[in-house]
Design a protein around this ligand. Structure first.
Ligand code: MG
Length: 262
């Protein structure tokens, strides 16, 4: 069931989104060669709690998961697509790219955001991968208009990513299909689910007051992913790199409003 948020809820989500973005950009500044992914997680949790809010992913148990997620921040390095578990053993190296995915609960309501950032100096190919993924998110946001459908968002993202193969040495980028964007607000995952591919005019209609998280996950090679034994970490099946950007947005009568911004 799709939940239309009230004016009061939208106000809280706007504030929560602003706080979430400010935390994530502070965490980004800590990304340097030599730091462990667990240190980034600890820092993110500290910043969230200092504001009186709660990390949304800590102890969250998605359906089918054997154990709750043990951290506040998902940190996914290089070929890891999403849901990487932070660890003191995992030390970032110059040239890595990492996805930082964070959820925040403010005033009882959830927002969700992700960015992929370079560790020091990274290859041209990695820069292009991150650039096209961030642009794909914006293309999705532009398509997320009242009257359009979930399929219109997916179609816009898919068409854009397909058109970018010249940036990848003529190779097609892989659009991850088994994971998708989603409604968000009263819970971290709500209806509708929003694939990063689709057909125009198909799927649920977008209406003002819907709050959704768009999150393209784009691979440098195959679209196929595998799940690690830890039950959380998705990685590319061909070990090539992946990037991930996410915003929580509000559907309005006109252009969508990005809530996860400073
Ligand atoms: Mg999400």
């Amino acid at each position: 069931m799709i939940i239309i948020k009230t004016k009061e809820e939208i106000e809280k989500l706007r504030e929560g989104g602003r706080r979430l973005a400010s935390v994530l950009y502070k965490v980004k500044e800590k990304v340097v060669p030599g730091i462990s992914t667990k240190e980034l997680d600890t820092y993110a949790e500290k910043l969230i709690r200092e504001m009186g809010d709660e990390p949304a992913f800590l102890n969250y148990r998605p359906s089918g998961a054997k154990i709750p997620f043990p951290a506040s921040l998902c940190v996914s390095v290089n070929d890891e697509v999403v849901h990487g578990i932070p660890s003191y053993e995992k030390i970032l190296k110059e040239g890595d790219i990492i996805s930082l995915d964070l959820g925040l609960k403010h005033g009882g309501l959830f927002t969700d955001m992700a960015i992929t950032v370079p560790v020091g100096k990274v290859s041209e190919g990695s820069l292009k991968l991150m650039e096209i993924t961030e642009q794909a998110l914006q293309v999705g946001v532009n398509a997320a208009r009242s009257g359009n459908t979930v399929g219109d968002i997916g179609h816009a993202i898919e068409s854009f990513v397909r058109s970018g193969k010249d940036k990848n040495g003529g190779q097609q980028y892989g659009i991850v299909e088994v994971l998708s964007g989603h409604g968000v607000g009263r819970a971290i995952h709500e209806d509708p689910y929003i694939p990063n591919f689709g057909k125009m005019g198909k799927g649920e209609k977008l209406t003002p007051g819907m709050v959704v998280a768009l999150e393209p996950m784009i691979n440098n090679g195959t679209k196929h992913v595998t799940l690690d034994k830890d039950g959380y970490t998705f990685r590319t099946a061909d070990s090539k790199r992946s990037a991930h950007f996410e915003h929580t947005i509000l559907i309005t009568g006109g252009e969508a409003e990005i809530l996860t911004k400073i």
